[in-house]
Ligand binder design. Structure first.
Ligand code: GLU
Length: 476
C-alpha cells in the first residue's frame, strides 16, 4: 500500500504547536514508509478563515522542514463535490431535511438538561410525511440536512496508536448535521465530518493521523464512509500536548504558535526534535537529540504513547542550546545577523563577526540571547554597580592608565591574544599589582560589569574596532 497522509489545518489562526506536531507525525510516517505527505487547507468557514493564516501555516511548515509532496488542496474549491455527496445521501434516503427551528432545538436541549440527559438531537424530523414537510416549507422554514445514525450500531476500528476502538452510535448525539441551515430547496454549506470524508477519499488518503480530540469525529466519519461506499482509511489518534500542569494546552498558556517560538529564538531543529519527543520515544540506543532525517528512518506508531504529553520548557531549552552549540560559527553568524538587524546593528566585517559568534555561542540557549550578549560590542555599555565598585578599588585607575598608554604607543589590532596577555603581565610587573586587579578593572572599563565572556577575546573584539582605548580613557 502506498502511504498517503495529510495535514488538514483550518486557517483560522497561526500554525499551532499541536497542528505542527500532527504535521510532524504525518511527515515522519510518510518519509519512513516512502509515502507522500499532503496538505489540505480546510477553509470552508468563510468568516474565520483568512489567507494570512494559510500563509503563516505554510511558512511555518516550510521553516520546520516539513515539506509536502503535491500542491495543497483548498477545500473551498471542492464544494460541488461535497454537495453532490449530500444529494446522493438524500436520494438514498440516508439523509433528510430537518426543519426544526433554533428555538425548538433550544427547548429540546433545555428539557434534556432538566431530565439529566446529555444533549442530543431527538431525530424528530427523521420520518416526516410529505404533508408535514410541505407544511414546514409553506411556513417558510429553513432546514439543515441530517445524516441518519442508526442508534443500534457499534462502530469499531483498529487504531494504530490506541488499538481496538469501539463506539456506540447512540452516543453520537443523534442524527448528524451535514449541511448548514439554508432555504428549504437549497443545500447549505457542507460541514466538517462530511467534507473530510469526501476529500480524504478523493485524495486517496491511506492513513488519517490526527489528535485524539477527533476520536468521536472518526466514529461519525466511519458511518459516512460506509453510507457513501468509500474505502475507509486507517486511523491513528495521537496524544494531545498538555500544559506543564497537565491541562489541555490553550492560548492562555501563552506561547503556542510556531511563529512565537521562532520569534523567541528557538531553532527549527530543536523544535522538531522536541515535538517528536512529545509523544514518541526513540528506540533503544538512539540518542534523544536527532534531526528529521534520523527520526524519519525509525519513526513508527508502536513507540507513540497513548497518554498526553506534558510540555517541558527545560527540555526544549536544553535541546535548543545543544543545537546552537553544534553550529559552525558561520551558521551562528547568519542567525545573529538577522537579529542584529532589528537593533539596526551592522556587521563591520566577517572576521569580527565570526570571532564574536565563537565567543558568545557557547552561552546561548536561544538565538535571541545573542542580542544581549552582543550588545556591548556594538554599543557603549553603561557602568553597572559591580563595575563602578571595581573602578573605585585602589590601584584600578593606575592600572588602566598604564594599559592605555601602552596601547597608544603600540596599538593592538585585537588579533594576537599574546599581545594582550603580555600587556597585562608587563603591567603587573611594572606596577607591582596582582593580575586579578588588572583583569577585573579592564573588564569593568570595557564591559561595564564584571560578568561576561572571556576578557581577552572580548577586548580583542573591541580593539579590532578601536573601541577599547576610548572606553579605558573614559573611566581614568
Ligand atoms: N480541520 C480540522 C482541524 O484542523 C482537521 C481535522 C482532521 O485532520 O480531520 O482540526
Amino acid at each position: 500500500m502506498t502511504v498517503r497522509v495529510r495535514l488538514a489545518p483550518s486557517p483560522t489562526g497561526h500554525l499551532h504547536i499541536g497542528t505542527a506536531r500532527t504535521a510532524l507525525f504525518n511527515w515522519l510516517y510518510a518519509r519512513k514508509r516512502h509515502g507522500v505527505f499532503l496538505l489540505r487547507i480546510e477553509d470552508t468557514d468563510k468568516e474565520r478563515s483568512k489567507v494570512e493564516f494559510t500563509e503563516n501555516i505554510l511558512e511555518g511548515l516550510q521553516w520546520l522542514g516539513l515539506s509536502w509532496d503535491e500542491k495543497p488542496v483548498l477545500q473551498s474549491e471542492r464544494i460541488d463535490e461535497h454537495r453532490k455527496a449530500i444529494i446522493s445521501l438524500l436520494e438514498k434516503g440516508l439523509a433528510y431535511r430537518c426543519y426544526a427551528t433554533e428555538a425548538e432545538l433550544q427547548v429540546m436541549r433545555d428539557d434534556q438538561a432538566k431530565a439529566g440527559e446529555a444533549p442530543h438531537y431527538d431525530n424528530r424530523h427523521r420520518n416526516l410525511t410529505s404533508e408535514e414537510e410541505a407544511k414546514f416549507i409553506q411556513e417558510g422554514r429553513t432546514s439543515v440536512i441530517r445524516f441518519r445514525i442508526d442508534e443500534t450500531a457499534t462502530i469499531t476500528w483498529n487504531d494504530i496508536i490506541r488499538g481496538p476502538m469501539k463506539w456506540n452510535s447512540k452516543d453520537l448525539g443523534g442524527d448528524m448535521v451535514i449541511s448548514r441551515r439554508a432555504p428549504a430547496n437549497e443545500i447549505g454549506d457542507p460541514l466538517y465530518n462530511l467534507v473530510v470524508v469526501i476529500d480524504d477519499a478523493e485524495m486517496k488518503i491511506s492513513h488519517v493521523i490526527r489528535g485524539e480530540d477527533h476520536i468521536s469525529n472518526t466514529a461519525k466519519q466511519i458511518l459516512l464512509y460506509q453510507a457513501l461506499d468509500l474505502p475507509q482509511p486507517i486511523f491513528a489518534h495521537t496524544p494531545l500536548i498538555l500544559s506543564p500542569e497537565g491541562k489541555k494546552l490553550s492560548k492562555r498558556d501563552g506561547i503556542t504558535s510556531i511563529t512565537d517560538f521562532r520569534k523567541m529564538g528557538y531553532t527549527s531543529n530543536a523544535l522538531t526534535n522536541y515535538m517528536t519527543l512529545l509523544g514518541w520515544s526513540p528506540p533503544d540506543g538512539m540518542e534523544e537529540r536527532f534531526n528529521l532525517k534520523e527520526s524519519s528512518l525509525v519513526f513508527d506508531f508502536d513507540r507513540v504513547n497513548k497518554a498526553g504529553a506534558k510540555f517541558d520548557w527545560d527540555k526544549l531549552n536544553w535541546l535548543n542550546a545543544q543545537e546552537i552549540h553544534s553550529w559552525v560559527p558561520e551558521k551562528l553568524l547568519e542567525e545573529l545577523k538577522s537579529i542584529w538587524i532589528s537593533e539596526g546593528w551592522i556587521l563591520p566585517d566577517k572576521e569580527w563577526g565570526l570571532k564574536l559568534a565563537k565567543l558568545i555561542g557557547p552561552s546561548l540557549t536561544l538565538v535571541n540571547d545573542g542580542l544581549e550578549e552582543s550588545r556591548i560590542f556594538f554599543n557603549e555599555p553603561s557602568l553597572q554597580s559591580d563595575g563602578i565598585k571595581q573602578l573605585k578599588m585602589e590601584g584600578a585607575k593606575e592600572v588602566l592608565s598604564h594599559i592605555s598608554k601602552k596601547i597608544e604607543q603600540e596599538k593592538w589590532d585585537g588579533r594576537n591574544d599574546d599581545i594582550a596577555k603580555n600587556l597585562i603581565s608587563d603591567c603587573a610587573k611594572s606596577l607591582g599589582v596582582k593580575k586579578g586587579l588588572i583583569m577585573k578593572s579592564l573588564r569593568a572599563a570595557l564591559m561595564g560589569t564584571l560578568k561576561g565572556p572571556d576578557l581577552i577575546s572580548s577586548w580583542g573584539l573591541l580593539a579590532m574596532q578601536s573601541k577599547d582605548l576610548p572606553r579605558l580613557k573614559k573611566v581614568i
